[in-house]
Design a protein around this ligand. Structure first.
Ligand code: ADP
Ligand code: MG
Length: 227
């Protein structure tokens, strides 16, 4: 569904990703791990074309992702939840959702409410008054307003208390299982993420050094040595 083939990418002539190749299949839940600066965010950006210097090919449903054409690429069904709780703080929860789905049927809000009842409960409340975890769930809901086939998430658990991390991870499982949405999640919280994905990819200095079953990664005695 989403394929990287010999992808190298960088900024201002400085290489970040080096010869990255992997495929994500429809319906999969895949984690991407790696140290700070390994190139994880850059990898996600390649999938929406938000990077200028890229060699090799990134394709989505067998059609190329066009560098620079973020809006056009995204409209093909790719949802991207950037790092940080990207919500409009002064707007209500409901307004945040409707704005995110401007080009989509209004009824979509109800689908998101069905998936995350907490957003219905807080519908009239300013997004900025929600807890960090609730804001992250709202950010997920906003991405879902466009009815993506694949959802890319950049460190959704950052800054959240462990108990809330569990809620967010459970939400992702729900999205993956109940709506069939493919999920690609970049995370630092490896244990919490391994619990919800079937496959993990480890990126080290811009190269893929592990790509396999999450169970296999879990079993590695020198797990941390992989990063
Ligand atoms: N917009 C940018 N301009 C220049 N360098 C960047 C930019 N974004 C990221 N980098 C550099 O690319 C490398 C990989 O960054 P990134 O993909 O954000 O890694 P990660 O998400 O794994 O922490 C880092 O060395 C970072 O400093
Ligand atoms: Mg990053």
């Amino acid at each position: 569904m989403l394929s990287y083939a010999g992808v190298s990418a960088g900024y201002a002539g400085v290489p970040v990703l080096r010869d990255v190749s992997f495929d994500v299949a429809e319906g999969e839940a895949v984690a991407i791990f790696g140290h700070n600066g390994a190139g994880k965010t850059t990898l996600l950006k390649c999938a929406v074309g938000d990077i200028a210097e890229v060699a090799g090919s990134v394709t989505y449903r067998d059609e190329p992702i066009i560098p620079g054409a973020v809006f056009r690429n995204s409209r093909r069904g790719i949802g991207f939840v950037p790092q940080g709780h990207n919500v409009f703080r002064e707007l209500s929860v409901r307004q945040n959702l409707t704005i995110s789905g401007l080009h989509h049927p209004k009824s979509r809000v109800e689908d998101v409410y069905d998936l995350f009842p907490i957003l219905l409960e807080r519908g009239g409340q300013a997004a900025g008054s929600l807890s960090g975890g609730q804001q992250q769930i709202l950010a997920l809901g906003m991405a879902l307003m466009t009815k993506p086939s694949i959802l890319l998430l950049d460190e959704p658990s950052t800054g959240l208390a462990p108990i809330i991390v569990r809620d967010v991870m459970a939400s992702l499982t729900k999205i993956n299982r109940e709506t069939g949405t493919t999920v690609v999640i970049v995370e630092q919280n490896i244990p919490a993420t391994l619990a919800i994905v079937s496959r993990a990819i480890v990126v080290k200095a811009g190269r893929v050094v592990f790509d396999g079953a999450s169970k296999e990664l879990e079993r590695k005695e020198d797990l941390w040595g992989w990063f």
